[in-house]
Design a binder for this molecule. Structure first.
Ligand code: ASP
Length: 290
């Protein structure tokens, strides 16, 4: 019998933008096929989510990596994180400048330092020490997906996320973001904050997307696990409950989640959420609209 594995990706949630979603959906479908092959041949969930996020950072279709927008003073400050469910090892960088793959810097923090979260110059130092690929001319390299909010008064934002369950029952989560458009220098959202923007343990892996301040205030990703652990809730009840809690504060967005049995949930209350799923049970989907 084939062993169970699952993979879910997202490219952010928010109002519908006048963009060519067909291209980003095709790209996501290709990535899911790659992830499927890797998980089916027994690769670790941690390596698969890392590879998926690196590709999403590089593609320029989402507000992460190449597709990110500058902050209020024209600098690109990016955030990312990665977490391994079984060991609960985690690494994150925030306000990183000058490197192409923030998630790779986050993995270095996890594996090469005794720390979990390193910001700004310290994060760049780790990236430099390990010879990560640099961005030499930000204005040429970055091709922002959007340069202004779709709706008046909106705080436009975007993120990419990946959660996976591998054939050894290990869960992992990874995220990367350019954060809010035109953000205040030094602003950090939920994306690199373990527990808020992502979480992985022995029962569930979760990544969130939406205006980060709400996810920070509800510790949204870890809340899904707590609801399952202490409240004996199913993945579905827990994920929808955590999002509902956030909604009560006025926040919107979404999350992707996989439990250790391979169940998948993608609750969102934003107008759209770019998302893709592939499972060993034969499910394959890519969508942007509800
Ligand atoms: N959560 C991200 C942030 O606030 C943005 C997003 O997910 O759209 O930085």
């Amino acid at each position: 019998m084939a062993k169970t594995w699952s993979l879910v990706l997202h490219g952010g949630a928010g109002p519908l933008r006048d963009l060519d979603h067909a291209r980003s959906e095709r790209h996501m479908a290709g990535l899911l096929r790659e992830g499927e092959a890797r998980l089916a041949r027994g690769e670790a969930a941690l390596d698969v989510v890392h590879a998926m996020i690196t590709a999403l950072e590089d593609c320029g279709f989402h507000i992460a990596g190449r597709g990110s927008s500058a902050n209020a003073i024209g600098q690109w400050e990016l955030d990312a994180a990665i977490m391994d469910g079984r060991s609960r090892n985690a690494g994150a960088v925030a306000a990183l400048r000058g490197y192409k793959s923030p998630v790779t810097a986050a993995r270095l923090v996890m594996e090469k330092t005794p720390h979990v979260l390193i910001v700004g110059k310290g994060a760049a130092m780790i990236a430099r020490e390990h010879k990560l690929e640099r961005v030499h001319s930000p204005k040429k390299y970055y091709t922002p997906v959007i340069t202004r909010p779709v709706k008046k008064g909106e705080l436009a934002h975007g993120t990419v996320g990946a959660v996976a369950l591998d054939t050894n029952g290990r869960l992992a989560a990874a995220t990367s973001t350019g954060g809010l458009l035109g953000k205040t220098p030094g602003r950090v959202g939920d994306t690199p904050v373990i527990g808020a923007g992502l979480w992985a343990d022995e029962r569930v892996a979760v990544c969130c997307t939406g205006q980060g301040e709400y996810f920070l205030r509800t510790n949204a990703a870890a809340d899904v696990s707590s609801r399952m652990r202490y409240g004996r809730q199913s993945l579905k009840t827990a994920a929808h409950g955590a999002l509902e809690d956030l909604n009560l504060l006025g926040g919107d967005g979404g999350m992707i989640a996989i439990d250790v049995l391979g169940h998948v949930e993608i609750p969102f209350n934003a107008e759209t959420m770019k998302r893709g799923v592939v499972t060993s049970g034969g499910r394959f989907e890519v969508a942007t609209k509800p």
